[in-house]
Each structure stands twice: as C-alpha cells, then as structure tokens.
Design a protein around this ligand. Structure first.
Ligand code: MN3
Length: 206
C-alpha cells in the first residue's frame, strides 16, 4: 500500500516571519502534520487492499467506501494530511496582495469584490467554534468559487468541493505568537497568501 510521507516544506520555517513565527511552523509541520500522516498510514493499514490502492484524495471524496469503524480515523487523519499539504503550499514569503486573472474573476463573480471576499473569509473563519479551517473552494456543480467553514480536519473534498485556499485556525497554528487573538493571526496571514498556487488549483479544478 501507499505509505504517505510528511511532505517537505517549500520554504524555511522562518520564511513567513513576522506573520507566522518559525517555532510555530516547525512544531506544526514536524509534530502535528507528522502525526496526521502517521495515523493515516496506520488507519489505511487496516483497510482492504482495494482502499489501500486508492489515492487519499479519492478516498476523501467518497468516504462511504471506507468501513464504518475506520471512517472517523481516515476522515480526520486523511483530512489532516491533505489540508496541511495544501496549507504549506498556499503560503509563501512575500505573498499576499490581491489575485489577478481567473481567480480574481471567480472571486468577483461570487463575492462582488476582493474586499468583500476577504471580509467574509476573515470574519467567518474568526468565529469558527473550536478547531477548524476556513476555505475558498471550487464547486464543480455550480462552476463557482465559494467560502466554506469546516470543523476539525474535515476536508472540503468530503462535500464534493475542491479546496483552493485554506486557513488553519486550530490554536496550534497561532497560539505561541498570537495567543487568543485569532483575528490578528488571520489579518497577518493575508500577507503570506500564495495566489499563484490558488490560480493553479483553480485551473486544475475546472
Ligand atoms: Mn494544523
């Protein structure tokens, strides 16, 4: 079966400072993301070979194929594995600003303007209860981009949505530097968004 490995970071742990500090990035990657990856492999190890031979993205897209007793573990750890892989790549040093091209058009069409999108994403993600993620997703059934808030490590893929840009608002993502000030972390995060990556994902999703 496929053994998932912790993906390499696309930049150094301190590359997103001062917006996200190096210690948070290192613990988040080497401890949290590593644990999701290890536990995903453990759960897949208990599945039949027809599941083991599928890509985790395909499994997340249809969890009904997973035995009931393993569904929670695969949803949580498979989501955690995939969400964090996306997360590292949807940030970059000296990122931020506003998107152009197809992403800008899609955002304007769904939200009215970039400013309206940013406000909706920030304010809704800030009030997610407990742990979760805010996402910009592509909905293949409407051919539009949407905002969705997801709990814990639930992947947008489990709802038939394609994740384009995600923000982890678990406390482990910001507590060392921002403590309880989640809105400050969200405001800082916009400075490291990698819009080129979002554009790539949107063109692949269409
Ligand atoms: Mn996390």
């Amino acid at each position: 079966m496929t053994q998932y490995e912790l993906p390499k970071m696309p930049y150094a742990y301190d590359a997103l400072e001062p917006h996200i500090d190096a210690r948070t990035m290192e613990i988040h990657h080497t401890k949290h993301h590593q644990t999701y990856t290890t536990k995903l492999n453990d759960a897949l190890g208990k599945c039949s070979s027809d599941i083991q031979n599928k890509d985790i993205l395909d499994i997340l897209s249809d969890l009904s194929q997973v035995p009931d007793e393993l569904k929670k573990a695969i949803n949580f750890n498979g989501g955690g594995y995939d969400n964090h892989t996306l997360f590292w790549n949807n940030m970059k040093p000296n990122g931020g600003g506003e998107p152009g091209g197809a992403v800008a058009d899609a955002i304007n069409s769904s939200f009215g303007s970039f400013a309206d999108f940013k406000e909706k994403f920030s304010s809704t993600t800030a009030v997610i209860q407990g742990s979760g993620w805010g996402w910009l997703v592509y909905n293949p059934s409407s051919s539009k981009v949407e905002y969705v808030a997801m709990s814990n490590q639930d992947s947008p893929r489990t709802k038939g949505l394609v994740p384009l840009l995600g923000l982890d608002v678990w406390e482990h993502a910001y507590y060392l530097n921002y403590q309880n000030k989640r809105p400050d972390y969200i405001a800082a995060w916009w400075n490291v968004v990698n819009w080129d990556e979002v554009d790539n994902r949107l063109s692949k999703a269409k």
